[in-house]
Design a protein around this ligand. Structure first.
Ligand SMILES: Nc1ncnc2c1ncn2[C@@H]1O[C@H](COP(=O)(O)OS(=O)(=O)O)[C@@H](OP(=O)(O)O)[C@H]1O
Length: 377
């Protein structure tokens, strides 16, 4: 020690100066590094490394994303990429809010190209198309996903009905990567009639936005039956399944094709967990006659800029339905598949009238509840 002090005292001034320089340089280098890390916090600058997803630090939200998220106040909790504990009835409460991890650079692969988006994180959905079966749910999903701020799962995950035991991690893994400013969506029409679905969705996030595509319940039932018949040609006739006793006009409400159309009953279940303002109803009929108008309202509801307009659609005479000029997955015009827009089984007009009478009181209550007359009578 004495030697070190002595030697430092005896050291020539130039040596002393260079040591002081090295010390100051190292100090300033460390300080710069600290500032740099604090400001940019790894992900915005560094490329994503596999396995490092969980270790994001608090992000600085971009102005654009902030604006969009303000318009659509989605659940912050569900956006976390931290490993969530699998949902269980005992843990049926809303998650505590966590900050989102930093977004990747605001750079996307061609949105309307065939390649998947490479940047962003997999997040739980902010908005769900929950029903109804044969209402036009595929059309709404395919149309809304051409919006640059929407990314969606193509297939139906059936998480809140059939796959709930797999947990939120599994569900999240199915989602496409999204930037902070983008909305994640999926559609599973059976959620609307699944008793546990509203509670489960609310426990994922109370702010989830819900879209229900509704259609005249009689036409919907015939469409449903037509689909089943195409898979199982040996099933009884529509009339046989629809009535317990046709001459008495006794409708079989245990048959799913009939039960699904009693919209008000299912809606009451949803309203135990969600505000009416969180649910947007799309008219399945108007979706065919005026897709741009319906999609305009869907965009408003999601807090999105109205980008999808008339110019995105054309009426395909062969198909008899509106089709997209430029869908999300390709640059070519595309109509929905053969299973959408089938020719329905011919049903006796009298049967149709009986079913109309059956549904009327349910429809009226439904119109009153949602504040809109869908004119199905
Ligand atoms: N643009 C366009 N192209 C084709 N089909 C359209 C379109 N818009 C709405 N529809 C109606 O969507 C009905 C199918 O509804 P879903 O997609 O909800 O069916 S499913 O529940 O996912 O099986 C389907 O019902 P069916 O006509 O009975 O087949 C269509 O009437």
């Amino acid at each position: 020690m004495a030697y070190r002090v002595l030697s430092s005292r005896l050291a020539p001034p130039s040596n002393k100066l260079s040591r002081r320089f090295v010390f100051v340089f190292t100090l300033s280098l460390s300080f710069t590094y600290l500032c740099y890390s604090a400001l940019f916090c790894s992900r915005a600058v560094m490329p994503r490394l596999p396995g490092l997803e969980e270790h994001g630090c608090v992000r600085a939200e971009s102005a654009g994303a902030k604006k969009l998220l303000q318009k659509a106040p989605f659940c912050a909790a569900q956006q976390s990429t931290r490993t969530p504990t699998p949902p269980s009835p005992a843990r049926n409460q809303t998650h505590t809010a966590k900050r989102q991890p930093a977004a990747q650079p605001a750079e996307k692969t061609a949105r309307n190209g065939t390649s998947a988006q490479r940047y962003g994180n997999k997040k739980l959905p902010n908005a769900l198309i929950v029903g109804v079966k044969k209402g036009g749910t595929r059309a709404v999903l395919e149309f809304i996903r051409i919006h640059p701020d929407v990314r969606a799962v193509g297939t139906e995950p059936h998480f809140f009905d059939r796959n709930y035991d797999r947990g939120l991690d599994w569900y999240r893994s199915l989602m496409p990567r999204t930037l902070d400013s983008q909305i994640t969506m999926e559609k599973t029409p059976s959620y609307f009639v699944t008793r546990e679905a509203p509670r489960r969705i609310a426990s994922m996030c109370r702010d989830t936005k819900l879209i229900v595509v509704v259609r005249n319940p009689v036409t919907r039932a015939i469409s449903d039956y037509t689909q089943t018949l195409s898979k199982k040609p040996d099933i009884p006739t529509f009339e046989e399944l629809a009535f317990k006793n046709r001459s008495q006009g006794l409708v079989d409400t245990s048959w799913n094709a009939i039960r699904i159309g009693m919209y008000i009953l299912h809606l009451e279940n949803w309203l135990q967990y969600f505000r009416l303002s969180q649910i947007h109803f799309v008219s399945g009929e108007r979706l065919i006659t005026d897709p741009a108008g319906e999609l305009g309202r869907v965009q408003d509801f999601l807090g999105l800029k109205r980008i999808i307009t008339d110019k995105h659609f054309y009426f395909n005479r062969t198909k008899g339905f509106p089709c997209l000029k430029k869908p999300e997955s390709s640059s070519l015009p595309r109509c929905l598949g053969k299973s959408k827009g089938r020719t329905h089984v011919q049903i006796d007009q009298e049967v149709i009238e009986q079913l109309r009478d059956f549904y009327r009181p349910f429809n009226i209550k439904f119109y009153e509840m949602v504040g809109h007359d869908f004119r199905w009578d």
